[in-house]
Write a protein that binds this ligand. Structure first.
Ligand code: FAD
Ligand code: FMN
Length: 584
């Protein structure tokens, strides 16, 4: 090993030279050298030994991330690591914790932001985002900034939050020194290029003088040594059970996965990404429409690895550009494409604007098939090397056609007991279970209940002393009571203290979990006043918003607070990380 580290304040070739001398030197030779150099310094100075000039403080860089499922957070961490290596001093801020005054102090600023819901900020970032967009936002004159946006072209509001933050920082006087890049689901490569470029621009020429070579160090995308295994692994399906009755119009699959050589080290609150395959019948229909029915190689590729269903504006643009289809071009030119694609899929584009296609055309209009996340519904402390998932088959009708979600129907229809599936652990430290002596309130209608089965198993396995209260809801008690027996057992053995249920289609008036929360508001506020954590999982579009609004109303009613003070009460639960969400 070389005795002089690469971080020593010398150029690389000087470090090499020094190592050639110091490396093989004996202990006596080194001691002599140390004494000689010290003496040399002392003798060259008039009078007393002068202290060395203080090291120049590292230049700061502020990195803010707005993240829900961890992608932006991971990129922000990577950037901070690389910035540190480049001689900068990074301050890493989760937008959940951002105080806008921190931005005014920043000299260089990077935002890495995801978009959720339908053009919304990630749940944790909502407060700081609205403050940034609000009238009270401070001026950022002279702050150098760059924004990296993550999103999904399948959504109409592609990368909306990154775009808005980018515009806002400029409007507040910030100096955009790196142009924004909007990344789709396959963001790894473009994001890595952007981070590298941003670092080059934001690193002052002499920032890493201390390291000697003045070179910008490449972004290192390695994972931390202590992190759990997040590689793609294969699991065997050991159970595949539909939890709805045969008379339900829903199908929700309980999937137990067994891992040879140990399950990934997941914790309650984590998810697994499933790598799905497309429905072969759907791919056959697509190939037939494209005039490529005989191409078996392409068929296999489309089934396994291409997103053959998503139709985005970008897909139409690529289709029009590659094929020259005049009506597809006209759709774009008229500005009608955005409305036209709503509720449609790639197959509709090819059916309605037919033209002879090649395999390369199809490759060009399809992006890589992305994995889908599913909350883990088990605790390793109870199920050992298994992981359980709860997957609702997405089926709907649009534009007069029956459509099926790719991954949920892959799980429901094509995965069988004894078969295998590729999965990857997606840790979520922002949805971790509270310590065993703390009370927890869990709101999880539909598949939102999945992580709470993990929580309850964990509470049982750790003989937790804190109380736990579950709010569950679905359509009908008789047909859709997911994991009913598990909850009954848990109530009996005390791992679940209380349970309230809302079945929306059992009564003339629809009853949802938020109605149950309202009904039980006094006890709810009492639990929260006693320090309970409040967890919400499941539908982001309506349920999560209604639940939050109900909690605000509950505070106002029970504690006789003004609407503003009640809002503050919930906001402070969020700030204290006691109101936690995992919604989709
Ligand atoms: C962190 C996280 C945890 C999750 N946990 C779970 C879980 O535990 N269980 C679970 O079942 N799901 C869970 N999901 C959702 C899951 O990841 C998938 O999004 C879901 O299963 C649908 O995927 P799919 O491939 O079947 O559908 P896709 O092929 O992705 O199709 C879904 C798309 O179909 C369209 N669509 C759907 N319904 C309609 C409609 N009624 N009308 C018109 N268009 C429609 C929409 O464009 C929608 O985006 C979770 C998601 C996240 C992010
Ligand atoms: C339920 C859901 C809603 C989403 N809504 C949008 C959207 O409106 N616009 C968009 O561009 N991306 C959308 N996305 C894609 C995310 O922005 C993308 O997955 C991103 O990589 C997530 O980053 P994060 O892990 O840091 O939260 C959505 C993803 C999910 C699961």
């Amino acid at each position: 090993m070389s005795p002089i580290p690469k971080t020593a304040p010398f150029a690389e070739e000087e470090i090499n030279l020094l190592n050639r001398v110091v490396g093989p030197a004996s202990a006596v030779q080194r001691a002599w050298l140390a004494g000689f150099l010290a003496g040399l310094d002392a003798s060259s100075l008039p009078g007393a030994v002068q202290p060395l000039a203080p090291a120049r403080p590292a230049e700061p860089i502020t990195i803010v991330y707005a993240s829900e499922s961890g992608n932006c957070e991971k990129l922000a961490n990577d950037l901070a690591k690389a910035a540190r290596k480049n001689g900068l001093k990074p301050t890493l801020i989760d937008m959940a914790d951002l105080e806008l005054s921190e931005l005014t102090k920043a000299k260089r600023l990077v935002f890495i932001a995801a978009t959720w819901g339908e053009g919304d900020p990630p749940a944790r970032a909502v407060r700081a985002y609205s403050e940034l967009m609000g009238e009270g936002a401070p001026r950022l004159d002279g702050v150098e900034f760059g924004v990296l946006a993550l999103g999904d072209t399948a959504y109409a509001e592609f990368c909306a939050i990154g775009k808005k933050i980018d515009e806002r920082l400029a409007a507040l006087g910030g100096m955009r020194v790196v142009d924004r890049v909007d990344c789709d689901l396959d963001f790894a490569q473009p994001a890595s290029v952007w981070l590298g470029d941003a670092l080059k621009v934001l690193t002052p020429p002499d920032a890493n003088r201390g390291q000697g070579n003045g070179q910008v160090i490449a972004v290192d995308f390695g994972k931390p040594a202590a992190a759990p295994n997040t590689d793609i692994v294969e699991a065997e399906i050991s159970e595949h059970v539909n939890l709805n009755s045969s008379r339900s119009n829903k199908e929700t699959i309980h999937l137990a996965l067994a891992f040879e050589g140990g399950a990934p080290a997941y914790e309650p609150g984590d998810s697994l990404d499933i790598y799905p395959e497309n429905d072969p019948a759907y791919v056959d229909e697509l190939l037939k429409l494209a005039g490529l029915a005989g191409d078996d190689k392409l068929r296999a590729e489309l089934i396994k690895s291409r997103d053959v269903t998503t139709l985005s504006l970008k897909t139409v643009e690529t289709y029009a550009a590659r094929t020259g289809h005049q009506y597809a071009k006209a759709l774009l030119a008229d500005g009608q494409a955005k409305d036209w694609i709503a509720g449609r899929q790639l197959i509709d584009l090819i059916a309605i604007f037919p033209i002879a296609l090649t395999a390369d055309h199809l490759r060009a209009v399809t992006r890589p098939l992305a994995p889908r996340a599913y909350s883990i519904a088990s605790s390793r402390r109870e199920v050992g090397d298994e992981a359980h998932l709860l997957i609702s088959a997405v089926r709907y009708e649009t534009n007069g056609r029956a459509r099926k979600g790719v991954a949920s129907n892959y799980a429901a229809e094509r995965l069988k007991r004894g078969g295998r599936v590729r999965v990857k652990l997606k840790p979520n430290k922002h949805f971790a279970i509270a310590p065993a002596d703390k009370d927890i309130i869990m709101v999880g209608p539909g598949t939102g209940v999945a992580p709470f089965r993990a929580f309850v198993q964990e509470r049982r396995a750790t003989a937790a002393t804190g109380r736990s209260w579950l709010f569950f809801g679905d359509r009908q008690f008789t047909h859709d009571f997911l994991y009913q027996l598990d909850w009954q057992d848990a109530l009996k053995d005390g791992s679940l203290t209380r349970m309230d249920v809302a079945f929306s289609r059992d009564t003339p008036e629809k009853i949802y979990v938020q109605h149950k929360l309202w009904e039980k508001r006094r006890d709810l506020i009492e639990w929260l006043d006693g320090g309970a954590n409040f967890y919400v999982c499941g539908d982001a579009k309506n349920m999560a918003k209604d639940v939050r609004a109900t909690l605000v109303r509950a505070y106002a009613d029970v504690k006789a607070l003004s609407p503003e003070a009640a809002e503050q009460a919930v906001a402070s639960l969020e700030r204290d990380k006691r109101y936690l969400q995992d919604t989709y």
